[in-house]
Design a protein around this ligand. Structure first.
Ligand SMILES: *Cc1c(COP(=O)(O)O)cnc(C)c1O
Length: 344
């Protein structure tokens, strides 16, 4: 691996960050706070939130089994994805490599940051080839993106491929585990301590059931987390989000119960969907959704919209011709989908 200083953009490496009032005084026990030009009325939202979300990091550290200083929280994982480009990629010069098809934000954030984005097509079982990924990198490649389980295909990416890239690539490897709770395979968090070039992304938006509060997680060695903290907006995770997330982490068994129900429904819905007349193939899923090839995706999609049921038409994505992506809902929701399609 290159040194972190070689990988980070020079202007970011030398950046002196903004220091907020809440950075300078971190204790909670003072009785009078006259340091941040806040309004003394309207408790508790009158106060700026903890810029480093320390309480929440303590809890997540215990749940995930990683040290608190390896955790970053953002306004969704989307903030962490954007930060990867802003920290590592000099616009108009550096590039990023990713599997294709995959989550759209990697490419959109590359475009926004004027960074070349290289797509390496997977095979028809949605598995990538490590040598082809490595061949797509050059001396200006700073980032390689994996997403496992992958969106929109739904399958786990072969860990041998990811490991080989982690071993051989001299830049940063991002493993997006937004759907890891449904995956039935170990998380890359286990490798964090041994891999200075690994960044793992997870989110509160899927298994945790909190897409609405916008909270994403990135995990990496403390040196990288320190740079992310320096570049992020000072108060990137608002007070209401931190409070709500704290309530939820105190009842983590709820999340585990949801995951169990969703996995059960995944098995049932995929089996039933495969029997439908409109269905050609249901792809294997390790996530809370599945991809299915149908006879006419646009027609099926439009029919379902008329029935008040919305799925995602992914037909224009590489390797996903005539494919719909279906999220696993409640038993009632899944039955509504099956019933509508049985009459189609
Ligand atoms: C849904 C999803 C996310 C979550 O993004 P948030 O900004 O945390 O809501 C991240 N990565 C992938 C691949 C996703 O599908």
């Amino acid at each position: 691996m290159k040194t972190l200083q070689e990988l980070v953009r020079p202007n970011i490496w030398s950046l002196s960050p903004y220091t907020s009032a809440r950075d300078e005084y971190q204790g909670k026990d003072a009785k009078v706070f006259l340091d941040a030009n806040e309004n003394p009325y309207n408790d508790p939202v009158n106060r700026y939130p903890d810029p480093l979300q320390r309480d929440l990091k303590q809890r997540i550290s215990a749940i995930k089994g990683v040290p608190a200083d390896t955790i970053f929280f953002g306004n969704g994982s989307d903030e962490a994805i954007d930060l990867m480009y802003r920290i590592f990629c000099t616009p108009g010069k550096d590039n990023a490599v990713a599997i294709e098809p995959t989550y759209g934000m990697y490419g959109v954030c590359a475009d926004i940051n004027d960074v070349e984005y290289r797509r390496v097509l997977m095979d028809e079982n949605f598995q990538p080839n490590a040598d082809r990924i490595l061949a797509a990198t050059d001396s200006n490649t700073k980032l390689v993106f994996f997403c496992t389980p992958n969106n929109p295909s739904g399958n786990n990416i072969d860990h041998k491929v990811i490991d080989k890239v982690l071993d051989s690539f001299d830049g940063i490897v991002i493993v997006d585990e937004a759907y890891i709770d449904f995956a039935g395979v170990p998380s890359y968090l286990k490798q964090l301590a041994d891999r200075p070039n690994l960044i793992v992304l997870q989110t509160f938006s899927k298994a945790w059931g909190m897409a609405g509060i916008r909270l994403g997680m990135a995990f990496a060695q403390p040196e990288i987390i320190g740079i992310m903290n320096k570049v992020k907006y000072p108060y990137n995770v608002n007070l209401l989000t931190q409070k709500r997330a704290m309530e939820e982490v105190m009842q983590y068994d709820r999340v585990q119960g949801w995951v169990e129900s969703i996995l059960k429904e995944r098995t049932r819905l995929m089996a039933e969907f495969a029997k439908l007349d409109c269905c050609i193939k249901v792809y294997p899923s390790d996530a809370n959704f599945f991809l299915a090839r149908v006879k006419d995706a646009a027609a099926t999609y439009n029919y379902l919209v008329d029935q008040g049921i919305i799925v995602r038409n992914r037909s224009k994505i590489a390797l996903c011709g005539n494919s719909l992506r279906v999220t696993i809902g409640t038993v009632v929701e899944n039955n509504a989908l099956l019933e509508a399609l049985s009459k189609y």
